[in-house]
Write a protein that binds this ligand. Sequence first.
Ligand SMILES: [Zn+2]
Length: 109
Amino acid sequence: MNCAEAERMVSRYVRKDLSFRETQDFLEHISECSSCREELETSFFVHQAILRLDKDEDASMDLKTLLDEDIRKTTQRVILWRFRCAMLILLGLVVGMAVAGGAFWVLFQ
Ligand SMILES: [Zn+2]
C-alpha cells in the first residue's frame, strides 16, 4: 500500500468502515509510515472530540493513549479474523479430503 491509498483510508478507518483485509494493509502501512500515522492521529482526534462533545464527556482524556488502544484492539480483531480464515481453509481441506477419500472408497471397493 502506498501513502495515497493509506490517506484515502484514514477517515474510513476512523469510522470503522474498512474490511478486515483493508484494515490489515492499513495498519501495516501506518506502523511503518510516520506521515500517514500523523494523518490518522489528526482524524482520530477530531472524530473523538466530536463524539465526546455529542456525549457531553470530558474531552481532556489522553487521545494518544486512546488511539494506541484503538489500534491494539483493531489489530487483535484482524489477527482473530486471519485465524478464522485459516481455520475455514483447514476445515475445507479436511472436508475435501474426506469427500475424496469417500469417493475413492466407493469407486475402488
Ligand atoms: Zn504513508
